[in-house]
Design a protein around this ligand. Sequence first.
Ligand code: HEM
Length: 125
Amino acid sequence: MENQSLYERIGGDEALRMLTDNFYDLVFSHELISRLFKTDKDLIKEKQRLFLTQFLGGPQAYSDVYGHPMMRARHMPHTITEDDAVAWLQCMSEAVGKLPVSKELKDELFNRFPRTAFFMVNSEG
Ligand code: HEM
């Protein structure tokens, strides 16, 4: 239905669990950006799943637990270059591609990320 959120249309919590599982498997084994991820893989998966729930129009799952997202501020302790953002987006593109949804929905979902990813860039490298 057209008035459903993107969160609901991709398949809700089950889809986001699948997405974050696949995404962080790619990120944690990526030759460029794995260096940035030093904490627990399950914890970061969980945080991302809660964040994406609200980012895609579902319940305010991240804010309920962690407060205001302030994503750029939360990324400031990490040195993130444009190349890192491109690599992050490549992992996301691959993970989105594995979801059991239509090509149109995959494109709509992926298109939510580039602007936010480049907003996280905080270093010229
Ligand atoms: C531009 C490329 C990006 C890089 C290199 C990056 C890197 C990181 C790193 C290193 C962390 C901390 C992980 C840890 O605790 O070990 C993190 C946390 C997080 N990132 Fe990103 N990130 C990027 C873009 C994004 C984007 C576009 C989003 C959202 C759409 C996002 C959402 C999150 C969330 C929700 C957390 C957890 C924050 C918390 O501590 O509560 N990131 N990211």
